[in-house]
Structure formats: structure tokens, C-alpha cells
Design a protein around this ligand. Structure first.
Ligand code: UDP
Length: 475
């Protein structure tokens, strides 16, 4: 597809779900499609846009168009924002359920107006709508404006498949009954066996009346009407699950969707201001530093944070710890042990946010203590960094199963989620993860992660690599 005749370019509207872990892959998808000749109109909510601008304002200017630097390289990406139905000052994280209710019941009217406007006034003509799978209005809006309806899934196919078969889980009594069954689930197409403890947290619930359940249930009714599904995963990593989905609907595994070469993305996507970490890392020996982050969304208990802090001290391993100010969900802002920051001087760096990709691709990073967000897992594999897995919420339990049980590229942080973590356990696990004796060769984790990394690289970079092939077939 050539970029020199604008009138023949396909034009896609991409609407990003308003959470950090969704905006990032959506932006990368936009860049990738634009680099193949698509015209893209990318839509963020006002609130996400504002947060990005605030986060970047004291670093690089972005002219209030996050794609302005990408435009310089000739990509046709137009940028729009839309109201999510709440005023900018409304605290979406604190009023989470109200925000979800807005996304479920109110947001569609705003998107409808904007899409209508873009469709009426765009050249080239808009041909498709690419919306995050968690949106509940894609089929209604794409039908109304006669657009191809493409659902973009930013998590593993396994997670998609489990939500897709929500009804089967209920029918078998593994979900949404007062006493959910605890035996192995072996009836989901494409999933040989999965234990209930590895389901997403929302599918471990006994009650489906929450707003999040209503949203997911509606989203997965919607996705069954999509013309195409594209997933940020790799065919070779989840072959059976993807094959089962492909029997139901046209589904393309096109991941991992990263900016090529892993240079820092030219598009600002961080919702928080990034601290510089690389200077600090330059002074550390190769593979000596543990990176610790629980992503953008999940909360941990104060007790867990204290034990992790004490365990890091005990381990004597160097570390960078991304500690969001809201990591503990209660009002507590003082959650670190007294004197902690003094005690770790030189050995530990605490930041509220950083450019994760830049940090974990540094040669000094030797391990990642992670909440198992899907982007974090893909990025860690790409950088060949083994994982210490501490899932907290939503898909993270299922992602942990893939990383630890299936691909064997990570260790469990705590093997029994009912047992509180202790500083001794934290320290022991860090030692196991960071152990380097006679080089890399004899470390099973390192060998496995190198293999999985190669799978990802091949999928993307070989001419007939699966993700590259799927991307072209999709186009
Ligand atoms: N991230 C980042 N800086 C940080 C922490 C996270 O840039 O300090 C990025 C990370 O690279 C990933 C995303 O934020 O792309 C988090 O997505 P993930 O799916 O791992 O977790 P979520 O935040 O959705 O729980």
C-alpha cells in the first residue's frame, strides 16, 4: 500500500480506552497502521489528553497534539479528543465505579457525535472504526456510519477467550454462584485446563451485579458482532487459544505492538511525569538491578508494600522501584518504613513513574518484580528480563499463569495467595531471580526467556513471521 495517493488510503478512526495500559498499545497500533499507508484519526478522552500534556509539559513540548513529532516523519495521523462525560477535575480513580458507569452508559453519545463529525468531514473517507474491546458501543456506532467494526484487544488471547465464554463458566458453576466450584476448568474451547485461581479477578467473583461486570459482559456481547478482532499477542505463544477463537471470528494476533527498535516512542503516552533513571543505571554492573513496578492501576496493601520494602533491604540487591503515590488504596500516603529512603541511598532509586521501556532495556536490569500487566510482560520478554510475579487484580492472575506455568519465564512471588508475604520471602525470591553464577547458560529462566524473546522477534521481524504476516492479512 503506497502513501502517495491520499484518496486511496484507508482511513481508520482509533478510539483508545482511557487507561494507561490501553493508551500505549493503541498509540503504537496507530503508528504501525500509519506507517503502512493508513490515514488515522486517533481519539483520546479529554481527560487522558490533559493528563499526558500535564505530564510532558516540563519535558518536551508537544503542541497539544501528541502525534506532532510523528507527523514530521510523514505519517498521516490526525488527533482528536472527546469528553468521557465527566468534568476534567473529576477524580476518575477515586470515583472508579461512577467513572465505569459513565463509560457504560454515557460515553457512547459523545463518541457518536465525534465519529459522525469525522465521517462527514474527512478526506480520505473513513472506512473503519478500531475500538478497544472494552468499549460497549462499537457495533452500534460502526453500523450507524457504515464502518468496518474492528475490535482491538490489548491483553492475552487466553483472557479474551475466558471472557468470551463467560456463559460457559456460569453454566458449569465456576463463576457467579454463591460457592463457585474450585476444580479444574477443562471445557473452554482452546484452553486445555485452567485452575479457578488463575481466572481474572472479575471471574473469580460470586456476584455479577457490579458495574465492572456489567461493562465486561456488555463488551463481550458487542465483540461478537465485530468484523475483525486484532490482539496484542503472538500466535506461537497462544496457538490453541487463538485457533479456537479464529474458528468463531476473524482474529489476528499481531503483537507485540511496540515502536520499532525500542527507541523512546516519538509520541507522548505517559500519564505521569517520567523520572530519569538511565544515568543512575549507567553506574551499575550488568544485570545487577531489580526493577519493581505494579503498573498504572493496581493497588497493594500497606502491609505488602512494607514487607516488599524490608525484603528489598534484606536482599542487598540494587533496585529501581516505581511507587505511585496512590499505590496503597487507602488514604495513607506514608507507607514506607521509617528511614527506608535513607537506608537505600546509592543502592535503591524510588520514582513515581519512569519510561519503563527505557529502564528495562538497560543492560544493568537483571529482573522485574511485576504485577503482571500484559504490556509489562511483553516488554520484559522483549528485553530478555525474567520476572518475579505478584498479580494483584483483573487479568494479572491469568497473565501470571502464562508467564510462570506455561512459558516458565518467571517465578511466583507468593505461592499461596492466602498467606501474607513476608520480608524473608521477598528477599529469598529476589535472590533466586537475580542469581548469576556461571554465566547465563545454566539458568533455566534465562534460557526460557531467551527462547520466548526469539519467538517474539521472529514473529515481528522475519518476512514471514506470524505477526507480520497476520498484520498484512488483516490490512
Ligand atoms: N509504564 C511506564 N512507566 C512506569 C510504569 C509503567 O511507562 O513507571 C508503562 C509500561 O511500560 C506499560 C504500561 O505502563 O506499557 C503499563 O501497562 P501494563 O499492562 O503493564 O499494566 P497496567 O498499568 O495496565 O496495570
Amino acid at each position: 500500500m503506497e502513501n502517495n495517493n491520499n484518496h486511496q488510503n484507508p482511513h481508520a478512526i482509533i478510539v483508545a480506552y482511557p487507561l494507561q495500559g490501553h493508551v500505549i498499545p493503541c498509540v503504537h497500533l496507530a503508528m504501525k497502521l500509519a506507517s503502512k499507508g493508513f490515514t488515522i484519526t486517533f481519539v483520546n478522552t479529554h481527560s487522558i489528553h490533559n493528563q499526558i500534556i500535564e505530564a510532558t509539559s516540563n519535558q518536551t513540548a508537544h503542541d497539544h497534539d501528541i502525534f506532532s513529532d510523528a507527523l514530521k516523519s510523514g505519517l498521516d495521523i490526525r488527533y482528536k479528543t472527546v469528553s468521557d462525560g465527566f468534568p476534567l477535575e473529576f477524580d476518575r480513580s477515586l470515583n472508579h465505579d461512577q467513572f465505569m458507569a459513565g463509560l457504560l452508559y454515557v460515553f457512547s453519545a459523545h463518541v457518536d457525535r465525534l465519529v459522525g463529525d469525522i465521517v462527514r468531514n474527512s478526506d480520505p473517507q473513513v472506512s473503519c472504526l478500531i475500538a478497544d474491546t472494552f468499549f460497549v458501543w462499537s457495533s452500534m456506532i460502526s453500523k450507524k456510519y457504515n464502518l468496518i467494526n474492528i475490535s482491538f484487544w490489548t491483553e492475552p488471547a487466553l483472557v479474551f477467550n475466558l471472557y468470551y465464554h463467560w456463559d460457559l463458566l456460569i453454566a458449569h458453576g465456576h463463576f457467579a454462584s454463591i460457592d463457585n466450584r474450585e476444580d479444574t476448568i477443562d471445557y473452554i474451547p482452546g484452553v486445555r485446563a485452567i485452575e479457578p485461581k488463575n481466572l481474572m479477578s472479575y471471574l473469580q467473583a460470586t456476584d455479577t451485579s457490579t458495574i465492572v461486570h456489567k461493562l465486561i459482559s456488555k463488551a463481550f456481547e458487542e465483540v461478537k458482532m465485530a468484523d475483525f478482532i486484532i490482539c496484542n499477542t503472538v500466535q506461537e505463544l497462544e496457538p490453541a487459544t487463538l485457533s479456537a477463537l479464529q474458528e468463531k471470528q476473524p482474529t489476528y494476533a499481531i503483537g507485540p505492538i511496540f515502536p520499532t527498535g525500542f527507541a523512546k516512542s516519538p509520541v507522548a503516552t505517559s500519564l505521569w511525569s517520567e523520572s530519569e533513571c538511565t544515568q543512575w543505571l549507567h553506574n551499575k554492573p550488568p544485570k545487577s538491578v531489580l526493577y519493581v513496578s505494579f503498573g498504572s492501576y493496581a493497588h497493594a496493601s500497606k502491609n505488602d508494600i512494607v514487607e516488599i520494602a524490608e525484603g528489598l533491604l534484606l536482599s542487598e540487591v540494587s533496585f529501581i522501584w516505581v511507587l505511585r503515590p496512590d499505590i496503597v488504596s487507602s488514604d495513607e500516603t506514608e507507607f514506607l518504613p521509617v528511614g527506608f529512603e535513607e537506608n537505600i541511598k546509592g543502592r535503591g532509586l524510588i520514582v513515581t513513574w519512569c519510561c519503563q521501556i527505557e529502564v528495562i532495556s538497560h543492560s544493568a536490569i537483571g529482573g522485574f518484580l511485576t504485577h503482571c500487566g500484559w504490556n509489562s510482560i511483553l516488554e520484559s520478554i522483549w528485553c530478555g528480563v525474567p520476572l518475579l510475579c505478584f498479580p494483584l487484580l483483573t487479568d494479572q492472575f491469568t497473565n501470571r499463569k502464562l508467564a510462570v506455568d506455561d512459558w516458565k519465564i518467571g517465578l511466583n512471588f507468593c505461592d499461596d495467595k492466602n498467606k501474607p508475604i513476608t520480608r524473608k520471602l521477598v528477599s529469598d525470591k529476589i535472590h533466586r531471580l537475580m542469581r548469576r553464577k556461571s554465566g547465563d547458560g545454566d539458568d533455566e529462566l534465562i534460557k526460557n526467556i531467551k527462547d520466548v524473546k526469539r519467538t517474539l522477534e521472529n514473529a515481528l521481524s522475519l518476512a514471514n513471521g506470524s505477526s507480520e504476516r497476520n498484520f498484512h492479512r488483516f490490512i
